[in-house]
Design a protein around this ligand. Structure first.
Ligand code: GZL
Length: 322
């Protein structure tokens, strides 16, 4: 069990005063210990996010304790409790769902361990339970998807029947992307969401649910809005197995802009992907160092992101970092 920063500093100071250690070396040796409770490994996005966090911790000289919750909230809570018991300096996590973390966050606060939210946020009455939330604006990502569709369907008097593959039920990205998308399309009654179901952000579930949509609605489907690229890629397989042409018979809009999405767009099978950057590692490590140094950190740090229609994919692909 690693001694935490406070007890170490007190011991080091005592040793220095007693002349047992030169003042500088003692303090320089103690690495910051960060406990990170990751959602899982459900998508290309998550894999890139984990890679960014691990490489940034190494780069920053931060001792990273990492856990994968396999998309189960109880596993994330268990991991956070273990970091509290280990007296880490900072805890960071990407809440798999928005609710149900209040108690464990209170335990971290009682243990005087600061918490950073990355990627996804939580719904809590007391926002002093976390120092900062860094990640995308998911409502804006949904709006970007909606605006692209409105523009793309300008010449079509409708109806435009949409099926929607939602992300993990109760997660901030699923709730907010739906909200942003509907905010934009509700302006024109030609747009109708005729089926909407969770594919839990995975390719396998995205394919399975799209197969059910196709069985129920078939050629009545004009558009697929998928909350992430992995579900869109699974749905593309289902559309092809049903003998239809993805991105032609069914317009496909998704979010993340991972490598797999660019490959699908270059193959002419995906119409557009809204960027959601997983590369939060460097920002997280810089915030952790500031928190440990007692410097102020903004309550909300929003990642800047774009949108990539099929036509831009070939030119953009070589410079993509995830
Ligand atoms: C978004 C992130 C979502 C991605 C999915 O920030 O939480 O979770 O869009 C991932 O690909 O599974």
């Amino acid at each position: 069990m690693s001694m935490n920063r406070r007890t170490f500093s007190a011991a080091a100071a005592a040793a220095c005063v007693a002349g047992a250690l030169p003042m500088t070396s003692a303090f320089a040796q103690k690495k910051i210990v960060l406990g990170f409770a990751q959602v899982g490994a459900e998508s290309e996005w998550r894999t890139a996010n984990t890679e960014s966090i691990k490489s940034a911790a190494q780069e920053a000289g931060i001792d990273l304790k990492f856990s994968d919750a396999q998309q189960k909230q109880e596993n994330q809570i268990k991991a956070i409790r273990s970091y509290i018991a280990q007296k880490v300096d900072v805890i960071a996590f990407s809440p798999v769902v928005e609710t149900g973390f209040e108690n464990v966050l209170r335990e971290a606060k009682a243990a005087k361990i600061p918490v950073v939210l990355t990627d996804r946020s939580v719904k809590v009455k007391d926002d002093s339970l976390y120092v900062t939330f860094m990640g995308s604006d998911f409502v804006e990502e949904g709006r970007k998807a909606g605006r692209w569709l409105v523009e793309n369907q300008k010449g079509n008097k409708g109806p435009v029947n949409i099926v929607e593959l939602q992300g993990t039920v109760g997660s901030a990205p699923a709730i907010d992307r739906k909200k942003g998308f509907e905010e934009i399309i509700k302006a024109d009654p030609k747009f109708k969401i005729i089926r909407s179901q969770t594919g839990d952000f995975t390719r396998a579930k995205g394919k399975e649910v799209m197969e059910a949509f196709l069985k129920a609605e078939g050629k009545n489907i004009n558009v697929l809005f998928a909350h992430n690229d992995d579900m869109a890629i699974g749905a593309i397989q289902a559309i092809e197995e049903a003998g239809m042409k993805p991105a032609k018979d069914i317009t496909i809009i998704s979010i993340d802009a991972v490598k797999g999405a660019f490959e699908a767009m270059m193959a002419g099978k995906l119409n557009v992907s809204v960027e959601c950057s997983p590369l939060l590692g460097p920002q997280l490590m810089s915030a952790v160092k500031d928190i440990v140094a007692g410097k102020p950190v903004p309550k909300r740090i929003i990642t800047k992101e774009g949108i990539f229609p099929m036509e831009t994919a070939k030119a953009e692909f070589p410079s993509r970092k995830y």
